[in-house]
Ligand binder design. Structure first.
Ligand code: NAD
Length: 306
């Protein structure tokens, strides 16, 4: 059975490593945080002294880290220590440019690599139902697929190096913009005297339909899976939505793409985060649109927290 190193044992990497150990793989894990290393050990992970030691002991090296600079830092140290036929997979959500740099670093050392960001959140990580969006050579994808299948349900090869990250930020730009406009539609309906149920019954069965409406509806009581039913406990946190929208804006600027709605979505989630709501589910943006967030008058008039 192949051995795998998982570097970054946080909200996502922790349960992903646990699922790999449960599937019978030898999992070498490392995180900078001692409590997370201890928790991983309790889930069958062999804790390494550092990221490089974990990487050197494994056939496959998987990183699940906050940002591009973290991935480039860990890959930069781990690649020289890796086995010659190792496969590197980065599942973090990072900027396309850093993802391509990481691939180039691996390629220079004749190491196969894949960018494979995920959707499905912490619930998907725990239940092994993630979707993986992969970028890299077909041979790297073919080698990674059986491993990714132990943590996810849908594994998509999107194209060459960086294509997985590109798919992730394009998807989440759609998600952020549709959530905002869905929230706007419910607020407009309220002002027009149209019930939430009536709007839902029409839009969910016609051309206004989207995941933001039928799976994570921003008003409570219409869809059992909505974070709105749990007082907007995430789910997918507004801070992570802002991160992804900023990555999309950075990528759009770098390649000269016009994304006016993506830009507006990034600004609105920036304002919502500045209100101190980054820990809420991203569907909570309806409070900002409605202007009735507790202690605030209207989002147009209120000053964001600094
Ligand atoms: P997290 O902050 O819980 O975990 C990241 C972990 O990486 C931390 O525990 C941190 O200590 C560790 N780390 C940082 N630098 C390190 C280093 N040099 N060596 C070892 N460990 C290091 O974040 P998360 O929620 O698990 O997210 C991880 C990635 O997955 C992010 O890129 C995020 O955008 C993406 N993502 C998260 C979700 C979600 O719902 N949480 C969903 C999809 C994608």
């Amino acid at each position: 059975m192949a051995s795998i190193a998982v570097i970054g044992l946080g909200n996502m990497g922790g349960p992903m490593a646990a699922n790999l150990a449960r599937a019978g793989l030898v999992v070498h894990g490392f995180d900078l945080v001692a409590e997370l290393r201890e928790a991983a050990a309790g889930n069958g992970v062999v804790v390494a002294a550092c990221a490089t030691a974990a990487a050197g002991a494994a056939d496959i090296v998987l990183t699940m880290l906050p940002a591009g600079r973290d991935v480039l830092g860990v890959w930069g140290e781990a690649i020289p220590a890796a086995k010659p036929d190792a496969l590197f997979i980065d599942c973090s959500t990072i900027d396309v440019e850093s993802a391509r740099q990481a691939h180039a670093m691996a390629s220079t050392a004749a190491i196969r690599s894949l960018d494979a960001p995920v959707s499905g959140g912490t619930a998907g990580a725990k239940a092994a139902t993630l979707t993986f969006m992969c970028g890299g050579e077909a041979s790297a994808f073919d080698a990674a697929k059986p491993i990714l299948e132990k943590m996810g349900r849908k594994i998509v090869h999107c194209g060459g190096p960086g294509a997985g990250q590109a798919a992730k930020i394009c998807n989440n730009m759609i998600l952020g913009a549709t959530m905002i406009v869905t929230a706007e539609a419910f607020v407009l309906a309220e002002r027009l005297g149209l019930s939430h149920q009536a709007l839902f019954d029409v839009a969910a069965n016609s051309s206004g339909q989207s995941w933001s409406l039928t799976v994570n509806c921003p008003v409570p009581g219409l869809v059992p899976t909505s974070a709105a039913n749990r007082d907007y406990k995430p789910g997918f946190a507004a801070s992570l939505m802002l991160k992804d929208l900023k990555l999309a804006q950075d990528a759009a600027s770098a390649c000269g793409a016009s994304t006016p709605l993506g830009s507006a979505a990034a600004q609105l989630y920036g304002l919502y985060n500045a209100w101190g709501e980054g820990g809420a589910d991203f569907s909570g943006i309806i409070h900002l649109i409605r202007g009735t967030a507790e202690g605030r008058e209207t989002w147009r008039g209120s000053a964001p927290k600094t």
